[in-house]
Design a protein around this ligand. Structure first.
Ligand code: GSH
Length: 203
């Protein structure tokens, strides 16, 4: 399987963590693909018209995107899923947590792009900051429940989002106001699959 991949993308990282957790990493042929919001990537668009990574090309030529779909596909590849619970109540909780982690990432990626503009829009930056603080407060309230529940795709998405905060917004001390979440994230960060997929700024 070919994976359009980058060591900087937190969405790709979700897929890589799932691949490590499920023992599939050797089956992925990771192809470095630079996807930029301002520049459609013609070659990538042959596999994914949205021009986004991660994109997975299966051996038969079928392509899969986006990260939730790829993660669920990999989780079910060799037997019973483990990271996408089958039990309805647990599944909905995991998917809701994944949506929160992915949505948090969406807003952080947009905020980073805004910060890099020559004249950043204060309106957009303030908007992102307010939402980011609300997400962190919500996760702080949920931290004990996260710690108590079996590791699944929700934990992966939320963990990747918090790690992206450290990677791209190192000036923000999110741990100070969110001590329980910080403890949960430290446990997440110690997992072998997470340690094996540390982001690299190779730009
Ligand atoms: N919802 C998508 C988001 C993927 C995404 O935004 N990836 C970024 C890289 S981190 C990207 O490809 N950006 C290029 C673009 O938006 O044109 C997913 O979960 O896979």
């Amino acid at each position: 399987m070919k994976l359009h991949w980058s060591p900087r993308s937190p969405f790709v990282r979700k897929v890589m963590i799932v691949a490590h957790e499920r023992g599939l990493i050797e089956r992925l042929d990771c192809v470095r693909t630079v996807a930029a919001m301002t520049t459609p990537h013609a070659k990538l668009m042959r596999d994914n018209p949205l021009s986004k990574i991660p994109t997975l090309v299966l051996d038969g030529g079928t392509t899969l995107y986006d990260s939730p779909v790829i993660c669920e596909y990999l989780d079910a590849l060799d037997g019973k899923p483990q990271l996408f619970p089958l039990d309805r109540k647990r599944r909905i909780l995991a998917l809701r947590r994944q949506a929160l982690g992915d949505g948090f990432l969406d807003l952080l990626v947009l905020a980073r792009n805004e910060r890099l503009r020559e004249q950043p829009s204060q309106l957009h930056l303030t908007n992102a900051a307010v939402r980011s603080a609300a997400v962190l407060a919500s996760l702080e309230r949920e931290a004990d429940a996260l710690a108590a529940s079996a590791f699944d795709i929700g934990h992966i998405a939320i963990g990747c989002a918090l790690s992206y905060l450290d990677f791209r917004f190192a000036d923000q001390d999110w741990r100070k106001d969110n001590p329980r979440l910080a403890i949960w994230h430290a446990v997440f960060a110690a997992r072998p699959s997470v340690r094996a997929t540390l982001p690299v700024d190779d730009s």
